[in-house]
Design a protein around this ligand. Structure first.
Ligand SMILES: NC(=O)c1ccc[n+]([C@@H]2O[C@H](COP(=O)([O-])OP(=O)(O)OC[C@H]3O[C@@H](n4cnc5c(N)ncnc54)[C@H](O)[C@@H]3O)[C@@H](O)[C@H]2O)c1
Length: 283
């Protein structure tokens, strides 16, 4: 399958990174947001990230300009009529994602592969909203997408071999190392990561240790690049809460039950870096 144009739905933290990586790899990209203000914010994030890559000598100025010229923003999903591959990266909410898949099925050409960047939700639920469930799969990128080398692919029991092979080749063309999981809550990485992050919040909630000591313990004791509370601020406490809630709703497993502190923080707007406040403060 010849993939030339990629459509990305949502230009938040992940959508902007996915659009950037696709453009840098030579694909034409159309990225969609709910309104002009959010679209401009997302496009600015892409521009800043490309510029940072040039400053760090990871990208030439010519390559930056060429990548930027390949990206087109829109607020209308009908603009996905020329897409060969679509990646959905809106908030972690199954109803929102299902609506987008139904619409993607209407607007994209019949040969297009439709994928979701969901961290935890069921891919078959999204595939069932389309008339092409065999052409639907999960393409779970990691944050920040331009830096993180991993791509976790998710096959449902109806994803076709052709779709899987084409999507895998596409993922590898973006420079990603591919791992594959079944369509189960949290797949591989989040099934292991989420209980660990929730346990760190519980530890803080129970007053067992200071946040700095929890983070330093993991950073220096296990040699992780950062501790769990710093990581939560980075990923988004809101996003992690949606993921945990979705995994708990499906499994009823107490490992995925979000601590009250986390829920209160989200209600108060403490989402982490993206709102300037989380477990730590950011300027
Ligand atoms: N944050 C992470 O570290 C991470 C990592 C891997 C996967 N994910 C997954 O990626 C997805 C997006 O997460 P994020 O961190 O980028 O969230 P985010 O809140 O930064 O971005 C989501 C964006 O989607 C937009 N949006 C919402 N509804 C839309 C619609 N109907 N049409 C178009 N755009 C719409 C929002 O305006 C927002 O800009 C989620 O499914 C999340 O689970 C997140």
């Amino acid at each position: 399958m010849n993939i030339k144009t990629v459509g990305v739905v949502g230009c938040g933290l992940m959508g902007s990174g996915i659009a950037e990586v696709c453009a840098k790899s030579g694909y034409d990209v159309v990225v969609m947001e709910v309104n002009e203000a959010l679209l401009n914010k997302g496009l600015e994030r892409i521009k800043a990230s490309l510029t940072k890559a040039v400053e760090r000598n990871k990208l030439s100025a010519e390559a930056r300009d060429a990548a930027w010229a390949r990206i087109r923003g829109t607020t209308d999903l009908a603009q996905f009529d020329s897409c060969d591959f679509a990646v959905e990266a809106v908030i972690e909410n199954l109803d929102a994602k299902k609506k987008i898949f139904a619409r993607l099925d209407e607007v994209t050409p019949p040969h297009a592969i439709l994928s979701s960047n969901t961290s935890s939700l069921s891919i078959i639920d999204m595939a069932a909203m389309t008339a092409r469930p065999a052409q639907v799969l999960g393409m779970h990128f990691f944050n920040p997408v331009p830096v993180m080398p991993l791509l976790e692919m998710v096959r449902t029991f109806v994803t076709s071999e052709e779709t899987y092979a084409a999507a895998r080749a596409f993922g590898q063309s973006l420079g990603k190392q591919v791992i594959v999981a079944k369509d189960t809550p949290g797949f591989i990485v989040n099934a292991l990561l989420v209980p660990y992050l929730l346990d760190a919040v519980r530890m803080l909630e129970e007053g067992i240790a200071a946040k700095e000591d929890i983070d330093t313990g993991i950073h220096l004791g296990l040699n992780h690049p950062m501790g769990p509370l710093t990581l939560l601020d980075f990923v988004g406490i809101d996003t992690t809460l949606y993921i945990a809630d979705a995994m708990f709703a499906e499994t009823k497993n107490a490992r995925y039950a979000a601590p009250v502190l986390m829920r209160r923080m989200v209600t108060a707007g403490y989402y982490g870096r993206k709102t300037g406040k989380g477990f730590y403060e950011y300027r």
